[in-house]
Design a binder for this molecule. Structure first.
Ligand code: ATP
Ligand code: MG
Length: 211
């Protein structure tokens, strides 16, 4: 079988409907068989530790994607020690694919919002990354989707339904008691409450793990 596999990297702190719409729309437009969400380990481009730990971000991603058969969540990034680089994410996923599905082949796509796409040339080994995936940049409110200066044919720019949602805004909403219903899936809202994430008084904000 020849598969078309999308990968969506991110901190997912927490995962929200902006991520899910981006993945769903790209899956449709590019006829992808599946999308693998890869919650980052230690985000190298973010100065502070993430407020939620890797396991919590992973569980929220699993809960958010549970009822969509196209969506999967991978632990490759939260299990790899050290900072997360997309080129390593893809290498690990491709290695796992080759060993678990030795009779299948795959074409790989990496999905990124307009804000992240603008910095792609600063990622580790972008040349190698572009040999392994086709990059798909999607529109995001508040950011201009422009040609990131990559070789023609290496990337596509796609307009998706606009959702002005960010994890940063959700974290500050939780901290101030503002509603997050309809911005994140119900299951994510429940896990945020259960794990007491993003509370101004929560000691967990300072940690990058749950235990
Ligand atoms: P934070 O505010 O903590 O940076 P975020 O909302 O930007 O969180 P990330 O986990 O940083 O979420 O993003 C993962 C990927 O999803 C990135 O490529 C980002 O550009 C994209 N993305 C996030 N939110 C949206 C959105 N509302 N519309 C389109 N793309 C999005
Ligand atoms: Mg972001």
């Amino acid at each position: 079988m020849h598969l078309r596999i999308g990968v969506m990297g991110g901190t997912f702190d927490p995962i929200h409907h902006g991520h899910l719409v981006a993945a769903s729309e790209v899956a449709h437009r590019f006829s992808l068989d599946s999308i693998i969400f890869t919650p980052a380990g230690e985000p190298w481009h973010k100065a502070e530790h993430t407020p939620a730990g890797g396991e919590e971000r992973y569980l929220m991603a699993v809960a958010a994607t549970a009822n969509d058969p196209r969506f999967e969540v991978s632990r490759v990034d939260i299990e790899r020690p050290g900072p997360t680089y997309t080129v390593d994410t893809i290498a690990d996923l491709q290695k796992a694919f080759a060993s678990t599905q030795p009779h299948d082949t795959a074409e790989w796509f990496f999905i990124t919002g307009a804000d992240a796409l603008a910095g792609v040339n600063g990622w580790r080994d972008p040349q190698h990354l572009l040999e392994s995936v086709h990059l798909i940049g999607v529109t995001r409110p508040g950011h201009v989707l422009i040609d990131p200066g990559l070789p023609e044919g290496a990337f596509s720019l796609v307009e998706i339904p606009a959702l002005a949602i960010s994890s940063t805004d959700i974290r500050s909403r939780v901290a101030t008691g503002a509603p997050i219903s309809y911005l994140v899936p119900d299951a994510v809202e429940h896990l945020i409450a259960k794990f007491e994430l993003y509370q101004p008084t929560s000691g967990k904000q300072a940690h990058a793990g749950i235990g």
